[in-house]
Design a protein around this ligand. Structure first.
Ligand code: ATP
Length: 226
């Protein structure tokens, strides 16, 4: 078991999937939900699962919530409950509080309360799927700021056997390949002589426009004028 401990408040679709994934990753997870049936269903899969109302301060204290490293408020629909739970977690001094928001206003309220990270799962998944639909090689991306991102792209057949230097993403497109994941391991900060092969995964950082140009050009690499 890894030593970071998480408490997930609200075991709906989002909360339960998050809690199960954290368990799979080897962390200890306490799940809290006011619905007994939900808790029964999850109790075999989590380190602990407890029936409790997230706004019951005494109950949360008795569970030792303040000793957890990260608390996630995964209640969405009931904004009042979500906000009250977030306030309690913050007041108890949990090091990192994350909360799910279902609207911009809900998100803003959570931020004002000092929630360390507000997530919008439905909105973010919609954006992610849209990117993946229009960019077939895109596996994942992280938005660093409004203009800059890190993306993971599969190396297409057109780049098989090419070196980083030959692809020359930095001079041609203005973005950089900062890592290449290969079946045998990950090449961090590859040199211009390192080779890429079909189905390796390249991690690219840069301005969104340059990444977009790179993504659209790599399938036809070698066919366009150099
Ligand atoms: P999802 O989309 O993840 O299924 P949702 O946005 O529909 O969730 P809700 O249905 O409001 O969110 O809540 C998710 C879970 O949180 C439910 O299992 C519900 O029982 C639990 N929950 C809601 N309010 C509280 C509360 N005050 N204390 C504890 N658990 C709560």
């Amino acid at each position: 078991m890894k030593n970071q401990q998480f408490v997930v408040i609200g075991l709906g679709r989002f909360g339960s999937s998050l809690a199960l994934e954290l368990m799979d990753l080897g962390y200890e997870v306490l799940g809290v939900d006011r619905n007994e049936e939900v808790v029964d269903e999850m109790s075999n899969f989590l380190t602990y699962a407890v029936v409790a109302d997230a706004t019951d301060e005494d109950m949360l204290r008795s569970l030792g919530i303040r000793n957890f490293d990260c608390g996630i408020v995964a209640i969405g629909d009931d904004i009042q409950m979500s906000i009250l739970a977030a306030i309690l977690l913050k007041e108890m001094g949990i090091r990192q509080v994350v909360a799910k928001a279902i609207s911009v206003l809900h998100g803003r309220a959570l931020e004002k309360l000092g929630v360390d990270r507000v997530i919008f799962p439905e909105r973010d998944m919609g954006i992610r799927v849209a990117h993946q639909l229009v960019t077939p090689n895109l596996l994942d991306y992280i938005e660093l700021s409004k203009d800059y991102s890190i993306v993971e792209l599969t190396v297409p057949a057109a780049l098989d056997g090419k070196t980083i230097g030959e692809v020359n993403a930095r001079s041609r497109f203005g973005c950089s390949i900062v890592a290449v994941q290969k079946p045998g391991g990950c090449l961090i900060a590859p040199t211009s002589l390192d080779l890429m092969n079909t189905n390796d995964i390249m991690v690219v950082i840069g301005n969104n426009n340059s990444i977009h140009d790179f993504e659209t050009a790599i399938d036809e690499y070698g066919q366009e004028p150099q």
